[in-house]
Unconditional design. Structure first.
Length: 237
């Protein structure tokens, strides 16, 4: 009798382990085929929805897209995304994948940034907003974005430091640092302008300098090729 009970007990354990193994196997397969798809979800030609609407809204604001904000990923949206990718050094495939969405400042709950990266981005955004507020408050909104864009263009240029803080605190680079205005608290407009510039809008057209013609005393700055004038600032390369 005891032998039979032990045999049944062992048999039950074996069956239980087999069932558990199959459950884990099926669950992993389900995650592989379905779960990962939700994480890797992206907008592309033919897609519809709120994410597409966000993409269109941002690209339209930055001058990449001229169509309707209708949440439909059609040919115009496709070309606008390609244009944005080309201008921002991304893979030009017309698909709004994780890297492209990140560059646009669009994050899903599954694609949120890690703590350290998010913290770094937040610090850079705050520093850039402080610079915009100190250097360009009172200027047209487009002009504030352009000032932020110039700073970011310097980070990309081999002629300047390769970090945002390095560019802003470079000796003699900005009057706002010299006179301490960089430490003022930025308003919501400056923060928005900084974010738009970080997301790829560059109304300065690639400029790495700007100055006020009414107050500039440096003769060299006048020799730089001008890209555009916005408000009181002349932007140049």
């Amino acid at each position: 009798m005891k032998f039979i009970q032990k045999w049944k007990s062992k048999k039950f354990k074996v069956i239980f382990l087999i069932i558990l193994f199959l459950a884990l196997l099926i669950g992993g397969s389900f995650s592989l085929f379905y779960g990962n798809n939700s994480v890797e979800a992206l907008s592309k030609y033919g897609s519809r929805g709120d994410e597409v609407r966000q993409i269109q809204t941002k690209l339209k604001r930055w001058g990449y897209y001229n169509g309707n904000v209708d949440g439909i990923y059609g040919s115009q949206t496709l070309e606008a995304v390609k244009y944005f990718q080309r201008k921002n050094g991304l893979t030009v495939d017309g698909i709004a994948g994780p890297a492209t969405l990140k560059a646009m400042g669009i994050y899903s709950s599954s694609g949120s940034l890690s703590g350290s990266t998010s913290s770094t981005n937040s610090n850079d955004l705050n520093l850039l907003a402080r610079l915009v507020y100190a250097e360009a408050r009172g200027e047209p909104y487009t002009g504030q974005v352009a000032v932020a864009a110039v700073t970011l263009n310097r980070v990309k240029s081999s002629s300047f430091p390769n970090t945002l803080a390095g560019v802003i605190y470079q000796s003699g680079a900005y009057d706002a640092v010299s006179d301490g205005q960089i430490n003022l608290t930025p308003n919501s407009t400056a923060k928005k302008a900084a974010q738009d510039a970080m997301n790829g809008w560059d109304p300065s057209y690639g400029a790495i300098y700007y100055f006020n013609p009414a107050t500039a005393t440096n003769k060299w700055i006048w020799s730089r090729p001008m890209t555009v004038t916005i408000g009181n600032h002349r932007f140049c390369k």
